[in-house]
Write a protein that binds this ligand. Structure first.
Ligand code: G4P
Length: 526
């Protein structure tokens, strides 16, 4: 098959949500539709089975949190769907942010009872930054939730995006009757069923036709007609173009656990979601249909099996065809690497592959050559953009508790931070400061240092609230800033200076006093 055809049949996306909104349930229903799994519950069971493979995963199991980001691929109606799973827990947000750099679109799940929650706002901020197309699925309509019109207002206000409902719920909770598809004019009646996909569609020519009253009680039809009139009057018409450029999010209503509203969501998603197109590198923009292979690493997972010190790098293909056992050029190390056993993740199993196309995510066995953000090509000097580090929120200094194991500690801290568990900043030679977005990361790092590297450490909290990457607008002033502020300056993994701010106020003062210094919120500012 030609590369254009392979690209056209691919959709690579992530389902994101605040924990408990229903991301796992929705993922599972998609897999059921695709025939990739046979029974509900398989994704969760798989999560638990996987947790048994290492001590690190034991933490995940104990806390019931999905730490790892995995990939699930399946085919549906001739389309190859790649779902990149993301941990919902806020302490692992950095992992989720990075995964979002590898997707072409996103489905955002919102719980109709809770509305827009904090984590949803942050995730949406990352999507907005990258202009990622977003579809919103309002879940748990079988529960008494917020009023749908108010929910739409809340989405627009808190997520700062224009929305356009494509389906509309007929009541909710105990009285939930179904959804009306504004787009196709179909009525989809609700039947609570968690095991089978039973959707009862009725084709309506006109929402004002008496046909509607045959199916749902008149007390609900009146409200539905009024609501639809209101929506048509208030919201701009839906256009695929506005969705694709990230300025308009279509909204669907349903109940994931009851398999309700999923088919419409999936079918519309397949119709409108973009295939891989192009991606910005530092040097130029790379089109997916270019014949030569290029791609980047967005995640590293180390020591999954404690008996083998192996690492899996998750590699997203951006252009050309990736082939097994072929030499590729590692643009950071300037050397050629060959991969004998690349793997792809189909539903709940991992398979060896011979080749892969743009949009696909493959696992590369790595013995220390690959870092997050690394680019592989067929020889061209390229470095893909859009895999930035974001400022951590919690900072702690690493204190070695076993002086005989300082080498192990250095190695462990370096490898774990390369994997993206946390960010490492070095100060005055060997002082290590670790920055994370959540406390949980420190437990994970301490646990893994001890179990995987035999090193023991403590963490001493530091009073910083933010790290900002700094560059110069005025050389003299920049150098004076570095000198004067040296106690709160450190180097990131690329040896770029960062400034630790103790408070937003202190940051403001520093900015006012040193206009010759530019402060950046992410590591990608070139
Ligand atoms: P997450 O991945 O976003 O964290 O959420 P997950 O799918 O695990 O769903 C969180 C809880 O919400 C689960 O219940 C799930 O069954 C429930 N849920 C998902 N969709 C719906 C829905 O449409 N309606 C209702 N009423 N509940 C829904 P749980 O009790 O935490 O887990 P479980 O024991 O049921 O699996």
């Amino acid at each position: 098959m030609s590369i254009e055809k392979e690209i056209a049949k691919r959709r690579t996306f992530a389902i994101i949500s605040h924990p408990d909104a229903g991301k796992t349930t929705l993922t599972e229903k998609f897999l059921l539709f695709g025939g990739a799994i046979q029974t509900a519950g398989a994704v969760k069971q798989n999560k638990i089975r996987k947790t048994a493979t290492s001590d690190f995963m034991e933490i995940e199991k104990q806390r019931g949190i999905s730490v790892a980001t995995s990939v699930m691929g399946f085919e549906y109606n001739g389309i190859r769907i790649n779902i990149l799973d993301t941990p919902g827990h806020k302490d692992f947000a950095e992992d989720t942010y990075r995964t979002l750099t590898a997707v072409d679109s996103v489905i955002l799940v919102v719980d109709c009872v809770k509305g827009v929650e904090e984590q949803t706002e942050k995730l949406m901020e990352v999507c907005r930054m990258r202009k990622t197309p977003v579809i919103i699925f309002i879940n748990k309509m079988d529960r008494e939730g917020k009023n749908p019109v108010e929910l739409l207002d809340e989405l627009e206000e808190k997520l700062q995006i224009n929305v356009r409902p494509l389906t509309w719920p007929i009541s909710q909770g105990m009285n939930f009757k179904g959804v009306y598809n504004i787009y196709s004019g179909q009525l989809n009646l609700f039947e609570s069923d968690q095991t089978r996909i039973t959707e009862n569609f009725i084709e309506l020519q006109d929402i004002n036709s008496p046909e509607l009253d045959r199916w749902i009680p008149s007390s609900f039809t009146k409200q539905l007609r009024e609501d639809v009139e209101l929506i048509e009057g208030v919201y701009d018409p839906f256009t695929v173009e506005n969705y694709r450029n990230g300025s308009l999010a279509p909204v669907f209503f349903g109940s994931a656990v009851n398999n309700f509203g999923i088919r419409e969501l999936l079918h519309t998603f397949l119709d409108i979601a973009p295939s891989p197109s192009e991606r910005e590198a530092m040097q130029r923009s790379v089109k997916a249909s270019e014949p030569t292979m290029s791609g980047f690493v967005f995640k590293i997972h180390a020591n999954l099996d404690p008996n083998h010190r192996d690492r899996t790098a998750f590699f997203k293909i951006c252009s050309g065809t990736f082939q097994r056992n072929t030499f590729y050029f590692h643009t950071r190390l300037k050397k050629k690497l060959r991969f004998a056993s690349p793997t792809q993740f189909m539903a709940n199993e991992k398979n060896l592959i011979e080749d892969a196309w743009p949009g696909d995510v493959i696992g590369l066995y790595d013995n220390g050559n690959l870092k997050i953000g690394d680019t592989l090509t067929e020889g061209e000097e390229l470095q893909f953009r859009g895999i930035p580090s974001f400022s951590p929120e919690i900072f702690k200094e690493v204190i070695n508790r076993d002086p005989f194991k300082s080498k192990q500690l250095d190695k462990g801290v370096r490898q774990l931070t390369e994997e993206g568990v946390a960010q490492l900043f070095m100060q005055h030679g060997n002082r290590k400061i670790i920055g994370t977005v959540g406390e949980l990361q420190f437990d994970v790092i301490r646990f893994r240092l001890e179990h995987e590297y035999g090193a023991k450490c403590d963490f001493m909290p530091l009073r910083y609230c933010k790290a900002l990457w700094i560059t110069s607008r005025d050389k003299d002033q920049y150098e004076e800033f570095l000198r004067r502020k040296s106690p709160v300056i450190a180097l990131d993994k690329e040896e770029h200076p960062v400034f630790f701010a103790e408070s937003e106020w202190m940051l403001k003062v520093a900015m006012e006093n040193y206009p010759g210094v530019i402060f950046h919120e992410t590591s990608e500012f070139k």
